[in-house]
Design a binder for this molecule. Structure first.
Ligand code: FAD
Ligand code: NAD
Length: 152
């Protein structure tokens, strides 16, 4: 099967946009991800899928912790920054929750401890146990057919 056909089909599943974050020796790294889902209520588990070639993959294995920030519709540039889609580097000021960096002004910030992980093809599925949640009002940024969109 052609890769483009698969991506076009998966792109029909409208999602929000998150930034996954972690910190090694106070050096914060972030990665844009839409492969995110809620998994379990008891215990509180979520799942992210991170490409094997992404720097974030090794970093989460090293730290055993990650943050998930659900972006608001004003934060498309933040998404582009952490997807490597901007030409220039940005100086981002992170918020810290229990020693985990997260994106300021996002609709939701979760902090997670890695519960388990599973290699799946060219990605690793990280299941995270949620340790803290911050929420604020706002409209979400959407992603549909490979393009940013507004969900209203
Ligand atoms: P890097 O290439 O190391 O970093 C990504 C970018 O973030 C770089 O430009 C870097 O300069 C910048 N950056 C990192 N940390 C900082 C910091 N502290 N301050 C300022 N800038 C910083 N990939 C997946 O594996 N899973 C997904 O679910 C997924 N979903 C995506 C959804 C969307 C809408 C998009 C656009 C991309 C998605 N990607 C996903 C692709 C992924 O975001 C990119 O491939 C990413 O560049 C790979 O991350 P990396 O860990 O190698 O990050
Ligand atoms: P696109 O048309 O490639 O994405 C449409 C959909 O295809 C995505 O929402 C996702 O569900 C799926 N997809 C795309 N690349 C994938 C991959 N490598 N592994 C698994 N599923 C994938 O959209 P685009 O605007 O061209 O994407 C920008 C960049 O971000 C591309 O390099 C793309 O590969 C990457 N991306 C990766 C993932 C992922 O790894 N899960 C998800 C979205 C985007």
């Amino acid at each position: 099967m052609d890769d483009r056909m698969f991506r076009n089909a998966m792109g029909k599943f409208a999602t929000g946009v998150t930034v996954i974050t972690t910190s090694v020796d106070n050096n914060v790294r972030g990665m844009t991800a839409n492969a995110f889902m809620s998994v379990s209520l008891n215990p509180k588990l979520v799942l992210i899928s991170v490409g094997e070639k992404a720097h974030m993959n090794e970093l989460i294995k090293e730290t055993g912790k990650f943050g998930v920030s659900i972006l608001n519709r004003e934060q498309q540039e933040m998404s582009m920054c952490f997807a490597g889609q901007l030409k220039e580097n940005r100086d981002i000021d992170f918020e810290w929750v229990g020693g985990v960096p997260v994106i300021k002004n996002a609709i939701v910030n979760l902090t997670c401890d890695v519960y388990n992980s599973h290699r799946a093809g060219d990605h690793t599925l990280f299941v995270g146990e949620v340790s803290d949640i911050l929420m604020q009002e706002g409209e979400p940024l959407g992603f549909y057919e490979g393009k940013y969109t507004k969900i209203s």
